[in-house]
Design a protein around this ligand. Structure first.
Ligand code: NAP
Length: 287
């Protein structure tokens, strides 16, 4: 299945590289042209001036951009070139409503749509180890298997369009709580004067072990917050989660507290740092 890729950011770069390795990638587009040129030179594919050109010879079109408005902008930019031979696969994290709106817009051109948000960080993107949560019709899900399996190691069909994004919202709520727990615990470890790298190693391989402490624990305690996962993106995701909770008559206190922490970090100029920069805020817990 010949595939085009739109959006070569922290995630998209690794995902597109794995599609190239699998021999599926035809063209790439990135808003900042230099990133597409560098990628094309490295992987022997075509860097395109605009998204429509990138889709020209492709049957699948993967999108991985920042937020809801950006996804719809990309969709509107390509719909003129779409027909029933095309499937658009959106791997960005957006609202389920946005996924359904995107499906309608590509559907008007006769094309198919899959929401396929991912988890596993930039490391997972690079190593084709992403966990992919998919919303799609059964037949469309089957058809895009070669594309998804080139990028991920766990691919789960969650239901119709929108179900992938709803599952990703669950993931993001959980990440908020894990981030809070790890940052608070590591500030405590520092306060009681433990060797912090050893703490990460020992708790990371016990019952409290998790992806976040194992991949971000040591960099966090060294005050290195290079992304990774930009906290402004997690802030955006937690807004989606809050809205969905509200629509269902509920609330998410832990996610709301984390969102408020991110808001402060963004106001302080740290929005492009990794979500582990929450550790900065938790310096408020000990003298
Ligand atoms: P990123 O490094 O900030 O990259 C964002 C990409 O989107 C860039 O290629 C950017 O182009 C492009 N873009 C943004 N707005 C655009 C627009 N209006 N039109 C065209 N292109 C646009 O973000 P990322 O970390 O790759 O994340 C991408 C998506 O995956 C987000 O939805 C995020 O929530 C999700 N995600 C991230 C992670 C992670 O660990 N990083 C994990 C799972 C899911 P420019 O290069 O021109 O800026």
């Amino acid at each position: 299945m010949k595939t085009a890729f739109l959006g070569l950011g922290g995630m998209g770069h690794g995902m597109a590289a794995n599609l190239a390795k699998a021999g599926l990638l035809t063209g790439v587009y990135n808003r900042t042209r230099s990133k597409a040129d560098d990628f094309a030179a490295e992987h022997g594919v075509t860097a395109c001036e605009n998204p429509v050109d990138a889709c020209e010879n492709a049957q699948a079109i993967v999108i991985c951009v920042s937020a809801d408005a950006d996804v719809l902008e990309m969709i509107d930019a390509i719909t003129a070139g779409l027909n029933d031979s095309h499937t658009v696969i959106d791997c960005s994290t957006v609202a389920s409503d946005t996924a359904r709106e995107a499906a309608q817009r590509v559907g008007r051109a006769g094309a198919h749509f899959v929401d396929a948000p991912v988890s596993g960080g930039t490391e997972g993107a690079k190593n084709a180890k992403l966990s992919i949560m998919v919303g799609a019709d059964d037949a469309v899900f089957e058809a895009v298997q070669p594309v998804l399996s080139a990028m991920g190691s766990s691919i789960t069909h969650m239901g119709p369009v929108g179900a992938g994004q709803a599952t990703k919202a669950v993931n993001q709520i959980m990440v908020a709580g894990i981030n809070q727990a790890v940052c608070e615990a590591m500030r405590f470890a520092k306060a009681v004067d433990l060797p912090l790298d050893k703490v990460v190693d020992v708790v990371g391989s016990g019952a409290a072990g998790n992806w976040f402490v194992n991949h971000r624990g040591k960099t966090m305690v060294a005050d290195n917050y290079a992304p990774g996962f930009k906290l402004k993106h997690h802030h955006k995701d937690l807004g989606i989660c809050a809205h969905m909770a509200e629509q269902n008559g509920g609330r998410l206190p832990l996610a709301a507290a984390t969102r408020a922490d991110y808001e402060q970090l963004m106001a302080d100029g740290y929005g492009d740092e990794d979500i582990s920069a929450l550790y900065r805020r938790r310096s408020d817990l000990f003298d």
